[in-house]
Design a protein around this ligand. Structure first.
Ligand SMILES: Cc1ncc(COP(=O)(O)O)c(C=O)c1O
Length: 404
């Protein structure tokens, strides 16, 4: 097991800056992480300002802070501010990108078995409306996409779009992204990457990946507020004129009765109305993440995730479900004789431990393959400690023995 890259003092400092750490054992960071104090303060300060002087007037006073959101997000992804659009959530970001793809009847959209549920539903909806074909890359025996099959299908179908979820919501799988990027580079298929669970967990470099779009939320491993997300749009996608189906006044100028001109940058993909407090809080969260260091966070999460898997694997009747060429800080399991829903409730009421139940309908293909209908999901972040994980496993043992 790799060592933690943080000293105990550093972890204590991060915990001290996180009010929620004193209230709960929060192991639901893949749902929404605990926000650090600077993020909470930023949001509240702006809401106060809006209350005191008016929403539009308050926005006028924080133009620099708003611009910083785009610069900071660009730094996280290794791109310029002009390539970032602020969105209401990850799905909002994703569907704006999806709506820009010029699908025609008979086109192929290539995706994978572990693509996020809402993305899968969106693809099926386009298939029903326009008559595209949704094809999925075969899953490799180790889990994740089969790279040979990916290459084969790209060659065979010339898909209009490849859509890949880097880290699915329902398992610890990390897709072999560098290898996928190495393959898709040889084709002119558009590449949309859902990085909702990987942003803030592991480094992301859109320049190296060469993706056309990347969507994410801010509330998960980036530790931002709920109701925020962003979309990266590459220069190539912008220059080729791609624009969201329902482009609006933030993204284009209405220049003649029957004509509009789309903006040059990714503002083309953003709505005019935004929650400024939430945007500023998201910027603060991303800056906080960069200050802690994404590479170190990633190392710490690898350490804590294997600590957690190791501790859980000692519980009798517990089956770990995660499978992939690499695993991350999302740990899913079932336990014989107890429903995930009951385990979630008991952990919360006995020890204020936050975990969550995940269901078959969030991951039909994966769960059917594993033969389960629900599972418990535990997702530690770098501010969690070994003793919190020990408390989790002890509490599960306690719940199980009380049931006998
Ligand atoms: C992999 C993945 N993609 C997309 C989403 C959707 O994010 P949002 O709820 O912000 O739309 C989630 C949410 O859990 C997710 O896990």
């Amino acid at each position: 097991m790799a060592d933690s890259p943080f000293t105990e003092k550093e972890i204590l400092r991060y915990r001290g800056e996180t009010p929620g750490c004193g209230q709960v054992i929060h192991l639901n960071n893949a749902g929404a992480a605990l926000m650090p104090a600077p993020v909470i303060d930023e949001i509240i300060a702006h809401i106060r300002l809006e209350g005191n002087i008016g929403g539009y007037e308050a926005a006028g006073l924080v133009e620099n802070g708003v611009h910083e959101f785009y610069v900071t997000t660009g730094r996280l992804l290794n791109c310029a501010a002009r390539n970032i659009a602020f969105c209401a959530n990850a799905t909002d970001a994703f569907t704006r990108a999806l709506s820009a793809v010029p699908f025609q009847e008979g086109d192929v959209l290539l995706t994978c078995d572990d693509e996020y549920v809402s993305n899968q539903i969106g693809f099926l909806s386009i298939a029903r409306r326009i008559g595209i074909e949704v094809k999925r890359v075969r899953t490799a025996s180790v889990g994740g996409v089969d790279l040979d099959d990916l290459d084969r299908q790209l060659k065979k179908w010339h898909p209009r779009l490849l859509s890949i979820t880097h880290v699915p919501t329902n398992s610890g799988l990390v897709q072999p992204l560098d290898e996928i990027a190495g393959i898709i580079r040889n084709y002119d298929t558009l590449f949309l990457l859902d990085a909702c669970q990987s942003a803030g967990q592991m480094p992301l470099d859109v320049a190296a990946l060469g993706c056309d779009f990347l969507s994410s939320t801010c509330r998960k491993f980036l530790r931002g507020p709920r109701g925020a997300g962003f979309l990266y749009v590459s220069d190539k996608a912008l220059a080729s004129g791609l624009e969201p189906l329902f482009i609006e006044m933030n993204g284009a100028d209405w220049i003649e009765k029957d004509r509009y001109r789309a903006h040059e940058d990714a503002s083309r993909f953003q709505a005019w109305e935004s929650a400024y407090a939430i945007l500023l809080g998201s910027g603060a969260a991303i800056q906080y993440c960069l200050d802690v260091g994404v590479e170190r966070i990633n190392q710490r999460l690898k350490y804590l995730a294997s600590y957690t898997r190791n501790a859980l694997s000692k519980i009798e009747g517990l089956r770990l479900l995660d499978k992939g060429p690499a695993l991350c800080s999302i740990i899913t399991f079932t336990i014989e004789g107890i429903e995930a829903k009951d385990l979630q409730t008991e952990l919360l009421s006995r020890a204020k431990i936050n975990v969550v139940r995940t269901l078959r309908e969030y991951a039909v293909i994966d769960f059917d393959r594993k033969g389960v209908t629900s599972a418990t999901r535990v997702s530690p972040h770098y501010y969690n400690t070994e003793s919190e994980i020990d408390r989790l496993t002890a509490c599960i043992e306690e719940i199980l023995s009380d049931r006998i």
